[in-house]
Design a protein around this ligand. Sequence first.
Ligand code: TYM
Length: 403
Amino acid sequence: MTSSSSDHSDKQKSKQEDFIVTPWSVKGEVDYDELVDRFGTSRITQEILDKFAQLVGEVHPFLRRQVFYSHRDLDWILSRYEDGEKFFLYTGRGPSGGVHLGHLVPWIFTKYLQDKFDAELYFQITDDEKFLHGDVSSLALTEKLTYENILDIIAMGFDPKKTFIFTDMGYTKTIYSIAANIAKHVTFSTAKAVFGFENSTNVGMVFFPAIQATPCFLPSVLKGFNIPCLIPASVDQDPYWRGIAREIAPKLGFYKPAQIHGKLLPGLTQGGKMSSSQPDSAIFTTDSPKEVEKKVLSSFTGGRATVEEQRRLGGNANICPVYHYYYFLFENNDGEVARIYDDCTNGNLLCGDCKAMLASRVRKFAENHNEKREKARELVDDFIVEDIKGGLVKKRDLEEGRY
Ligand code: TYM
Protein backbone atom coordinates (compact mmCIF):
# COMPACT_ATOMS: atom_id res chain seq x y z
CA MET A 1 0.00 0.00 0.00
CA THR A 2 1.38 3.49 -0.86
CA SER A 3 1.71 6.00 1.97
CA SER A 4 -1.08 8.19 0.56
CA SER A 5 -3.52 5.29 0.30
CA SER A 6 -2.62 4.20 3.83
CA ASP A 7 -3.15 7.83 5.00
CA HIS A 8 -6.54 7.72 3.35
CA SER A 9 -7.51 4.44 4.96
CA ASP A 10 -6.23 5.71 8.37
CA LYS A 11 -8.45 8.78 8.00
CA GLN A 12 -11.41 6.60 7.02
CA LYS A 13 -10.76 4.38 10.01
CA SER A 14 -10.53 7.26 12.45
CA LYS A 15 -13.77 8.71 11.01
CA GLN A 16 -15.46 5.32 11.48
CA GLU A 17 -14.37 5.41 15.10
CA ASP A 18 -15.29 9.09 15.58
CA PHE A 19 -18.97 8.36 15.85
CA ILE A 20 -21.18 5.30 15.82
CA VAL A 21 -24.79 5.00 14.71
CA THR A 22 -26.52 1.65 15.12
CA PRO A 23 -30.12 0.79 16.10
CA TRP A 24 -28.93 0.26 19.69
CA SER A 25 -26.21 2.82 20.18
CA VAL A 26 -25.37 6.33 19.02
CA LYS A 27 -22.03 7.71 20.20
CA GLY A 28 -20.01 10.81 19.42
CA GLU A 29 -20.76 13.85 17.24
CA VAL A 30 -22.71 12.40 14.31
CA ASP A 31 -21.59 13.66 10.90
CA TYR A 32 -24.77 13.25 8.85
CA ASP A 33 -23.05 13.96 5.54
CA GLU A 34 -20.55 11.25 6.20
CA LEU A 35 -23.41 8.93 7.17
CA VAL A 36 -25.00 9.35 3.73
CA ASP A 37 -21.80 7.92 2.25
CA ARG A 38 -21.34 5.30 4.94
CA PHE A 39 -24.90 3.94 4.58
CA GLY A 40 -25.11 4.59 0.81
CA THR A 41 -28.32 6.67 0.97
CA SER A 42 -29.33 9.71 -1.13
CA ARG A 43 -29.71 13.32 -0.02
CA ILE A 44 -33.10 14.98 -0.24
CA THR A 45 -32.70 17.39 -3.14
CA GLN A 46 -34.48 20.65 -3.94
CA GLU A 47 -36.23 18.72 -6.73
CA ILE A 48 -37.79 16.40 -4.15
CA LEU A 49 -38.85 19.36 -1.97
CA ASP A 50 -40.48 20.92 -5.05
CA LYS A 51 -42.29 17.65 -5.67
CA PHE A 52 -43.69 17.73 -2.09
CA ALA A 53 -44.86 21.32 -2.69
CA GLN A 54 -46.50 20.29 -5.96
CA LEU A 55 -48.19 17.16 -4.59
CA VAL A 56 -49.33 18.22 -1.11
CA GLY A 57 -48.83 21.99 -0.91
CA GLU A 58 -47.09 22.24 2.44
CA VAL A 59 -43.41 21.37 2.80
CA HIS A 60 -42.96 20.40 6.45
CA PRO A 61 -40.34 22.40 8.43
CA PHE A 62 -38.49 19.10 9.03
CA LEU A 63 -37.95 18.90 5.27
CA ARG A 64 -37.11 22.58 4.79
CA ARG A 65 -34.60 22.42 7.64
CA GLN A 66 -33.16 19.04 6.62
CA VAL A 67 -34.11 17.39 9.89
CA PHE A 68 -35.36 14.72 7.46
CA TYR A 69 -32.46 14.85 5.08
CA SER A 70 -31.77 11.56 3.38
CA HIS A 71 -33.74 8.79 1.66
CA ARG A 72 -33.92 5.69 -0.43
CA ASP A 73 -36.37 5.58 -3.34
CA LEU A 74 -38.40 8.55 -2.08
CA ASP A 75 -38.41 9.97 -5.62
CA TRP A 76 -39.71 6.61 -6.90
CA ILE A 77 -42.54 6.45 -4.35
CA LEU A 78 -43.58 10.07 -5.04
CA SER A 79 -43.71 9.43 -8.77
CA ARG A 80 -45.84 6.28 -8.24
CA TYR A 81 -48.12 8.38 -6.05
CA GLU A 82 -48.32 10.99 -8.79
CA ASP A 83 -49.38 8.21 -11.17
CA GLY A 84 -52.19 7.24 -8.79
CA GLU A 85 -50.59 4.38 -6.81
CA LYS A 86 -50.97 4.93 -3.06
CA PHE A 87 -48.28 3.93 -0.57
CA PHE A 88 -48.54 2.98 3.08
CA LEU A 89 -46.39 4.22 5.97
CA TYR A 90 -44.53 1.97 8.37
CA THR A 91 -42.80 3.06 11.55
CA GLY A 92 -42.28 1.75 15.08
CA ARG A 93 -41.14 1.88 18.67
CA GLY A 94 -39.13 -0.44 20.91
CA PRO A 95 -40.57 -0.04 24.42
CA SER A 96 -37.40 0.21 26.48
CA GLY A 97 -38.71 2.93 28.80
CA GLY A 98 -40.68 6.14 28.57
CA VAL A 99 -41.17 8.03 25.33
CA HIS A 100 -38.97 11.13 25.02
CA LEU A 101 -38.94 14.18 22.76
CA GLY A 102 -36.54 12.50 20.30
CA HIS A 103 -39.06 9.73 19.56
CA LEU A 104 -41.70 12.32 18.79
CA VAL A 105 -39.62 13.76 15.93
CA PRO A 106 -40.28 10.91 13.43
CA TRP A 107 -43.85 10.54 14.71
CA ILE A 108 -44.69 14.22 14.13
CA PHE A 109 -43.35 13.77 10.62
CA THR A 110 -45.30 10.54 10.13
CA LYS A 111 -48.50 12.34 11.11
CA TYR A 112 -47.79 15.01 8.49
CA LEU A 113 -47.23 12.30 5.85
CA GLN A 114 -50.41 10.45 6.85
CA ASP A 115 -52.50 13.64 6.66
CA LYS A 116 -51.05 14.91 3.41
CA PHE A 117 -50.93 11.62 1.48
CA ASP A 118 -54.01 10.10 3.13
CA ALA A 119 -51.88 7.03 3.84
CA GLU A 120 -52.45 3.99 6.02
CA LEU A 121 -49.95 3.67 8.85
CA TYR A 122 -48.65 0.37 10.26
CA PHE A 123 -47.03 0.91 13.66
CA GLN A 124 -44.90 -1.91 15.05
CA ILE A 125 -44.10 -2.17 18.76
CA THR A 126 -41.05 -4.40 19.14
CA ASP A 127 -41.69 -5.68 22.65
CA ASP A 128 -39.62 -8.79 21.83
CA GLU A 129 -36.58 -6.72 20.75
CA LYS A 130 -36.23 -4.78 23.97
CA PHE A 131 -36.50 -7.96 26.05
CA LEU A 132 -34.05 -9.89 23.87
CA HIS A 133 -31.57 -7.03 23.73
CA GLY A 134 -31.64 -6.78 27.51
CA ASP A 135 -32.95 -3.22 27.86
CA VAL A 136 -35.93 -4.54 29.80
CA SER A 137 -35.56 -7.27 32.42
CA SER A 138 -38.84 -9.13 31.96
CA LEU A 139 -41.65 -9.57 29.46
CA ALA A 140 -44.12 -8.46 32.13
CA LEU A 141 -42.35 -5.09 32.37
CA THR A 142 -42.26 -4.78 28.57
CA GLU A 143 -46.02 -5.22 28.51
CA LYS A 144 -46.49 -2.33 30.94
CA LEU A 145 -44.13 -0.07 29.00
CA THR A 146 -45.87 -1.02 25.77
CA TYR A 147 -49.23 0.23 27.04
CA GLU A 148 -47.68 3.50 28.27
CA ASN A 149 -45.84 4.02 24.94
CA ILE A 150 -49.00 3.36 22.93
CA LEU A 151 -50.69 6.27 24.74
CA ASP A 152 -47.94 8.57 23.44
CA ILE A 153 -48.34 7.22 19.91
CA ILE A 154 -52.11 7.74 19.92
CA ALA A 155 -51.60 11.24 21.39
CA MET A 156 -49.87 12.23 18.12
CA GLY A 157 -53.32 12.38 16.52
CA PHE A 158 -53.06 9.60 13.92
CA ASP A 159 -56.27 8.73 12.10
CA PRO A 160 -57.74 5.64 13.85
CA LYS A 161 -59.41 4.44 10.65
CA LYS A 162 -56.06 4.36 8.86
CA THR A 163 -53.69 3.42 11.68
CA PHE A 164 -52.90 -0.13 12.79
CA ILE A 165 -50.78 -0.57 15.91
CA PHE A 166 -49.52 -4.03 16.85
CA THR A 167 -46.97 -5.60 19.15
CA ASP A 168 -44.76 -8.45 17.96
CA MET A 169 -45.88 -10.62 20.88
CA GLY A 170 -49.54 -9.84 20.35
CA TYR A 171 -49.64 -10.22 16.56
CA THR A 172 -47.56 -13.36 16.13
CA LYS A 173 -50.07 -15.46 14.19
CA THR A 174 -50.32 -12.75 11.54
CA ILE A 175 -46.66 -11.82 11.19
CA TYR A 176 -44.72 -15.02 11.90
CA SER A 177 -45.10 -16.66 8.50
CA ILE A 178 -43.82 -13.52 6.74
CA ALA A 179 -40.89 -13.30 9.18
CA ALA A 180 -40.04 -16.97 8.53
CA ASN A 181 -39.98 -16.35 4.77
CA ILE A 182 -37.63 -13.40 5.28
CA ALA A 183 -35.39 -15.23 7.76
CA LYS A 184 -34.87 -18.13 5.37
CA HIS A 185 -33.05 -15.76 2.99
CA VAL A 186 -30.79 -14.11 5.60
CA THR A 187 -27.57 -15.88 6.48
CA PHE A 188 -25.84 -15.53 9.83
CA SER A 189 -22.88 -13.97 8.09
CA THR A 190 -25.10 -11.20 6.61
CA ALA A 191 -26.70 -10.56 10.01
CA LYS A 192 -23.23 -10.34 11.60
CA ALA A 193 -21.95 -7.96 8.93
CA VAL A 194 -25.00 -5.67 9.10
CA PHE A 195 -25.61 -5.61 12.86
CA GLY A 196 -22.24 -6.53 14.35
CA PHE A 197 -23.63 -9.65 16.08
CA GLU A 198 -21.06 -11.79 17.87
CA ASN A 199 -20.89 -15.38 19.07
CA SER A 200 -22.20 -14.23 22.44
CA THR A 201 -25.32 -12.61 20.87
CA ASN A 202 -28.46 -14.56 21.76
CA VAL A 203 -30.23 -16.26 18.86
CA GLY A 204 -33.40 -14.25 19.51
CA MET A 205 -31.55 -11.10 18.48
CA VAL A 206 -30.14 -12.86 15.43
CA PHE A 207 -33.69 -13.70 14.27
CA PHE A 208 -35.16 -10.34 15.27
CA PRO A 209 -34.22 -8.37 12.09
CA ALA A 210 -36.63 -10.60 10.15
CA ILE A 211 -39.40 -9.46 12.52
CA GLN A 212 -38.61 -5.76 12.04
CA ALA A 213 -38.49 -6.25 8.25
CA THR A 214 -41.91 -7.99 8.21
CA PRO A 215 -44.24 -4.93 8.26
CA CYS A 216 -42.57 -3.69 5.03
CA PHE A 217 -44.56 -6.44 3.29
CA LEU A 218 -47.47 -7.04 5.69
CA PRO A 219 -50.15 -4.94 3.90
CA SER A 220 -49.16 -6.47 0.55
CA VAL A 221 -49.62 -9.96 2.03
CA LEU A 222 -52.90 -9.12 3.80
CA LYS A 223 -54.42 -7.39 0.79
CA GLY A 224 -53.02 -9.74 -1.84
CA PHE A 225 -51.31 -7.19 -4.09
CA ASN A 226 -48.06 -5.23 -4.01
CA ILE A 227 -48.26 -1.89 -2.19
CA PRO A 228 -45.32 0.54 -1.97
CA CYS A 229 -44.03 1.13 1.56
CA LEU A 230 -42.47 4.34 2.92
CA ILE A 231 -40.66 4.20 6.26
CA PRO A 232 -40.27 7.51 8.10
CA ALA A 233 -37.76 6.93 10.92
CA SER A 234 -34.54 8.35 12.24
CA VAL A 235 -31.38 7.18 10.54
CA ASP A 236 -30.32 4.80 13.35
CA GLN A 237 -32.86 2.24 12.07
CA ASP A 238 -31.35 2.13 8.60
CA PRO A 239 -29.52 -1.25 8.87
CA TYR A 240 -32.84 -3.11 8.93
CA TRP A 241 -33.81 -1.68 5.56
CA ARG A 242 -30.38 -1.53 3.94
CA GLY A 243 -29.21 -4.96 5.04
CA ILE A 244 -32.39 -7.00 5.26
CA ALA A 245 -35.71 -5.69 3.91
CA ARG A 246 -34.43 -4.19 0.66
CA GLU A 247 -32.21 -7.20 -0.04
CA ILE A 248 -34.99 -9.72 0.50
CA ALA A 249 -37.89 -7.85 -1.18
CA PRO A 250 -37.15 -8.91 -4.78
CA LYS A 251 -36.56 -12.51 -3.69
CA LEU A 252 -40.08 -12.61 -2.22
CA GLY A 253 -41.65 -10.66 -5.09
CA PHE A 254 -42.28 -7.40 -3.23
CA TYR A 255 -41.31 -3.78 -3.90
CA LYS A 256 -38.23 -2.63 -2.02
CA PRO A 257 -39.41 -0.43 0.86
CA ALA A 258 -38.51 3.28 0.53
CA GLN A 259 -37.14 5.29 3.44
CA ILE A 260 -36.95 8.85 4.60
CA HIS A 261 -34.30 9.33 7.27
CA GLY A 262 -34.32 11.84 10.11
CA LYS A 263 -31.53 13.27 12.25
CA LEU A 264 -31.32 12.46 15.94
CA LEU A 265 -32.37 15.00 18.54
CA PRO A 266 -29.31 15.46 20.76
CA GLY A 267 -29.39 14.69 24.47
CA LEU A 268 -29.26 17.36 27.16
CA THR A 269 -25.84 16.15 28.21
CA GLN A 270 -22.76 16.62 26.04
CA GLY A 271 -22.66 14.45 22.83
CA GLY A 272 -24.90 11.54 21.81
CA LYS A 273 -28.63 11.36 21.18
CA MET A 274 -31.52 11.76 23.56
CA SER A 275 -31.83 8.25 24.92
CA SER A 276 -34.27 6.38 27.19
CA SER A 277 -31.38 4.44 28.68
CA GLN A 278 -29.76 7.68 29.91
CA PRO A 279 -32.61 9.42 31.75
CA ASP A 280 -30.58 12.60 32.42
CA SER A 281 -30.13 13.10 28.68
CA ALA A 282 -33.85 13.01 27.94
CA ILE A 283 -37.08 14.91 28.48
CA PHE A 284 -39.79 12.29 28.83
CA THR A 285 -43.39 12.99 27.91
CA THR A 286 -44.37 11.95 31.42
CA ASP A 287 -41.93 14.28 33.22
CA SER A 288 -43.75 16.78 35.42
CA PRO A 289 -43.70 20.46 34.31
CA LYS A 290 -41.22 21.14 37.11
CA GLU A 291 -38.90 18.33 35.99
CA VAL A 292 -39.09 19.55 32.39
CA GLU A 293 -38.06 23.06 33.39
CA LYS A 294 -35.31 21.80 35.65
CA LYS A 295 -33.86 19.56 32.93
CA VAL A 296 -33.83 22.32 30.32
CA LEU A 297 -32.34 24.86 32.73
CA SER A 298 -29.51 22.52 33.66
CA SER A 299 -28.77 21.40 30.08
CA PHE A 300 -25.31 21.42 28.57
CA THR A 301 -24.91 24.40 26.17
CA GLY A 302 -22.41 25.78 23.68
CA GLY A 303 -21.82 28.76 25.98
CA ARG A 304 -18.56 30.24 27.28
CA ALA A 305 -17.22 30.02 30.80
CA THR A 306 -18.16 33.61 31.75
CA VAL A 307 -20.70 36.23 30.66
CA GLU A 308 -17.87 38.54 29.63
CA GLU A 309 -16.37 35.87 27.33
CA GLN A 310 -19.78 35.02 25.92
CA ARG A 311 -20.40 38.70 25.03
CA ARG A 312 -16.93 39.02 23.49
CA LEU A 313 -16.58 35.68 21.66
CA GLY A 314 -20.17 34.47 21.22
CA GLY A 315 -21.48 30.96 21.91
CA ASN A 316 -21.22 27.82 19.80
CA ALA A 317 -24.77 27.07 18.66
CA ASN A 318 -23.63 24.14 16.51
CA ILE A 319 -22.84 21.97 19.51
CA CYS A 320 -25.64 23.31 21.72
CA PRO A 321 -28.67 21.07 22.41
CA VAL A 322 -30.70 24.14 23.44
CA TYR A 323 -30.26 25.67 20.00
CA HIS A 324 -31.08 22.30 18.38
CA TYR A 325 -34.34 22.05 20.33
CA TYR A 326 -35.47 25.35 18.81
CA TYR A 327 -34.33 24.15 15.42
CA PHE A 328 -36.05 20.76 15.60
CA LEU A 329 -39.22 21.43 17.56
CA PHE A 330 -39.71 24.69 19.40
CA GLU A 331 -39.57 27.53 16.87
CA ASN A 332 -41.76 27.33 13.77
CA ASN A 333 -40.54 30.52 12.17
CA ASP A 334 -37.35 29.98 10.11
CA GLY A 335 -36.35 33.67 10.46
CA GLU A 336 -36.62 33.43 14.24
CA VAL A 337 -34.41 30.31 14.30
CA ALA A 338 -31.80 32.21 12.28
CA ARG A 339 -32.05 35.13 14.69
CA ILE A 340 -31.47 32.85 17.72
CA TYR A 341 -28.42 31.37 15.96
CA ASP A 342 -26.99 34.78 15.10
CA ASP A 343 -27.68 36.30 18.51
CA CYS A 344 -25.99 33.33 20.18
CA THR A 345 -22.91 33.29 17.99
CA ASN A 346 -22.59 37.12 18.12
CA GLY A 347 -22.70 37.10 21.90
CA ASN A 348 -25.99 39.01 22.14
CA LEU A 349 -27.96 36.12 23.63
CA LEU A 350 -26.86 34.59 26.93
CA CYS A 351 -27.42 30.92 27.73
CA GLY A 352 -29.54 31.65 30.81
CA ASP A 353 -32.08 33.70 28.81
CA CYS A 354 -32.05 31.25 25.92
CA LYS A 355 -32.69 28.30 28.25
CA ALA A 356 -35.43 30.11 30.18
CA MET A 357 -37.35 30.85 26.97
CA LEU A 358 -36.97 27.23 25.82
CA ALA A 359 -37.97 25.82 29.22
CA SER A 360 -41.31 27.59 29.12
CA ARG A 361 -42.00 26.37 25.55
CA VAL A 362 -41.08 22.76 26.33
CA ARG A 363 -43.19 22.87 29.48
CA LYS A 364 -46.24 24.07 27.51
CA PHE A 365 -45.65 21.42 24.86
CA ALA A 366 -45.41 18.68 27.50
CA GLU A 367 -48.60 19.85 29.25
CA ASN A 368 -50.47 19.84 25.96
CA HIS A 369 -49.12 16.41 24.98
CA ASN A 370 -50.10 15.04 28.38
CA GLU A 371 -53.70 16.13 27.98
CA LYS A 372 -53.88 14.24 24.69
CA ARG A 373 -52.08 11.29 26.27
CA GLU A 374 -54.74 11.05 29.00
CA LYS A 375 -57.54 11.14 26.41
CA ALA A 376 -55.74 8.36 24.49
CA ARG A 377 -56.66 5.87 27.27
CA GLU A 378 -60.19 5.81 25.85
CA LEU A 379 -58.96 5.29 22.28
CA VAL A 380 -56.64 2.29 22.58
CA ASP A 381 -59.27 -0.15 21.24
CA ASP A 382 -59.57 1.96 18.07
CA PHE A 383 -55.90 1.49 17.22
CA ILE A 384 -54.64 -1.97 18.25
CA VAL A 385 -55.23 -4.73 15.74
CA GLU A 386 -56.39 -8.13 16.94
CA ASP A 387 -54.30 -11.16 16.00
CA ILE A 388 -56.92 -12.62 13.68
CA LYS A 389 -54.98 -13.99 10.74
CA GLY A 390 -55.67 -12.24 7.48
CA GLY A 391 -57.53 -9.35 9.03
CA LEU A 392 -56.97 -5.80 10.25
CA VAL A 393 -59.61 -5.97 12.93
CA LYS A 394 -59.57 -3.67 15.96
CA LYS A 395 -60.94 -4.51 19.39
CA ARG A 396 -63.54 -1.79 18.83
CA ASP A 397 -64.71 -3.61 15.68
CA LEU A 398 -65.25 -6.76 17.76
CA GLU A 399 -67.00 -4.81 20.55
CA GLU A 400 -69.34 -3.16 18.11
CA GLY A 401 -70.01 -6.32 16.08
CA ARG A 402 -68.26 -5.22 12.91
CA TYR A 403 -66.41 -8.52 12.58
P1 TYM B 1 -36.87 3.24 19.15
O1 TYM B 1 -37.93 2.93 20.13
O2 TYM B 1 -35.45 3.22 19.60
O3 TYM B 1 -37.15 4.63 18.50
C1 TYM B 1 -38.43 4.98 17.98
C2 TYM B 1 -38.23 5.98 16.85
O4 TYM B 1 -37.58 7.14 17.35
C3 TYM B 1 -36.37 7.38 16.65
N1 TYM B 1 -35.44 7.97 17.63
C4 TYM B 1 -35.07 9.25 17.59
N2 TYM B 1 -35.34 10.22 16.70
C5 TYM B 1 -34.80 11.45 16.91
N3 TYM B 1 -34.00 11.71 17.96
C6 TYM B 1 -33.68 10.76 18.87
N4 TYM B 1 -32.89 11.07 19.90
C7 TYM B 1 -34.24 9.46 18.71
N5 TYM B 1 -34.15 8.29 19.41
C8 TYM B 1 -34.89 7.40 18.72
C9 TYM B 1 -35.96 6.05 16.06
O5 TYM B 1 -35.20 6.21 14.89
C10 TYM B 1 -37.33 5.45 15.73
O6 TYM B 1 -37.78 5.95 14.49
N6 TYM B 1 -36.47 -1.13 16.65
C11 TYM B 1 -37.16 0.15 16.71
C12 TYM B 1 -38.68 0.02 16.64
C13 TYM B 1 -39.19 -0.17 15.24
C14 TYM B 1 -39.12 0.79 14.22
C15 TYM B 1 -39.72 0.19 13.08
C16 TYM B 1 -38.65 2.11 14.19
C17 TYM B 1 -39.78 -1.27 14.71
N7 TYM B 1 -40.11 -1.07 13.44
C18 TYM B 1 -39.85 0.90 11.89
C19 TYM B 1 -38.77 2.82 12.99
C20 TYM B 1 -39.35 2.21 11.86
C21 TYM B 1 -36.78 0.90 17.97
O7 TYM B 1 -36.37 0.33 18.93
O8 TYM B 1 -37.03 2.26 17.89
